[in-house]
Design a binder for this molecule. Structure first.
Ligand SMILES: [Zn+2]
Length: 338
């Protein structure tokens, strides 16, 4: 762990020296320089949960995305499509298991394995390498392979597929329960690297990631830290009262600033006329009449998952700049360093 932390720090310094390293570059750094330290001996060590490694992974993910601690864990995984460290250990162990099975019966590794397996059959709690291996195989629904003690061709891909499927299912279950990710889960159905992360304008991309992850400093989010006094008692501000300070017309969330708030009407009109030149016809029509029924969704969907990310980032950056000027607030999310 110490080694991994040191590698993480080193990788970070490198990235800072290189200026604004791309997401791809940082991604490679994670897989090539840091992760291997966390996976040393993973095939043979029996470790079910290793929370420190997961934490370090998320920390690196936050750095890659240039977002702070308030970005939900499931948004990090969602945007980058990284497998959990537990999933990686499963993959390494079970791939290795496939190799052991293919070994000649004379090899000592195979002999030790068979001995362990016999012990496990005699005693379900036997302390052997086979125990966790079997547990994980069953968890992934790969009982048939365990029972047959044989794997088919492309075993590694099969294991990977099973792990990804399982992690996607669990990810989705957690994400839909997270209030911050209410909008996100409408457009993001499974973790996977987002194309918009290649965008060269780092600040725009960063504000976009925060918006998607529900941690952009709009009142829906900052309202968590405010308190109301009701009959002399301090209470939290409920979500429905976290109204926009410019128009008081509604809860200030991403949709409010992008589509509704009258304070940004002009910016929005300019933006819509630009969008009309490049967007697909249906989106262009919807962008001209955002108040029309269902039109918000058409535009939002386009910006979130159908190639309109660049236009979305531009719009959000413009609104964000304007908002700061109007409210005279500090440039949350834009100038504030990580
Ligand atoms: Zn407003």
């Amino acid at each position: 762990m110490r080694k991994a932390k040191r590698a993480a720090a080193m990788a970070w310094t490198l990235a800072v020296r290189a200026g604004d390293m791309s997401v791809k570059g940082m991604n490679n750094m994670w897989t090539a320089l840091v992760r291997p330290h966390l996976e040393y001996g993973a095939e043979v060590l029996s470790m079910r949960v290793w929370e420190d490694a997961e934490k370090l992974m998320r920390k690196m993910g936050r750095r890659v995305l240039k977002c702070g601690n308030r970005l939900p864990n499931d948004a990090i995984v969602g945007e980058l499509g990284w497998m959990s460290m537990r999933g990686r250990r499963m993959l390494l162990r079970l791939s290795y298991w496939g190799k052991v099975l293919a070994m000649d019966g004379q090899r000592w590794v195979k002999r030790v394995y068979e001995h362990g397996r016999a012990r496990l059959e005699g005693n379900a709690n036997a302390n052997t390498w086979c125990k966790l291996t079997r547990e994980w195989l069953l968890e992934l629904g790969l009982d048939a392979e365990w029972n047959a003690q044989a794997v088919g061709p492309e075993w590694q891909e099969k294991v990977r597929g099973a792990i990804v499927e399982r992690e996607t299912r669990l990810w989705r279950m957690r994400a839909v329960k997270n209030a911050k990710l209410e909008e996100y889960v409408l457009w993001k159905h499974k973790p996977g690297t987002e194309e918009y992360l290649k965008h060269p304008m780092v600040q725009q991309r960063r504000v976009w990631t925060k918006m998607r992850g529900g941690c952009l400093e709009l009142r829906i989010e900052t309202g968590r830290w405010e308190r109301l006094t009701v009959s002399g008692v301090q209470v939290l501000v409920p979500r429905r009262l976290r109204r926009c300070k410019l128009c008081f017309g509604g809860v200030e969330d991403a949709r409010h600033v992008l589509f509704c708030c009258p304070a940004y009407r002009q910016t929005r009109e300019v933006w819509a006329s630009t969008v009309c030149q490049t967007a697909p016809p249906a989106v262009a029509r919807a962008a001209k009449d955002l108040q029309g029924k269902g039109n918000e969704d058409v535009v939002m969907k386009w910006m979130m998952q159908e190639g309109g990310e660049r236009a979305g980032m531009q719009m959000l950056a413009d609104v964000w700049r304007e908002r700061r000027e109007l409210l005279g607030e500090r440039a949350w999310g834009i100038d504030q360093s990580q």
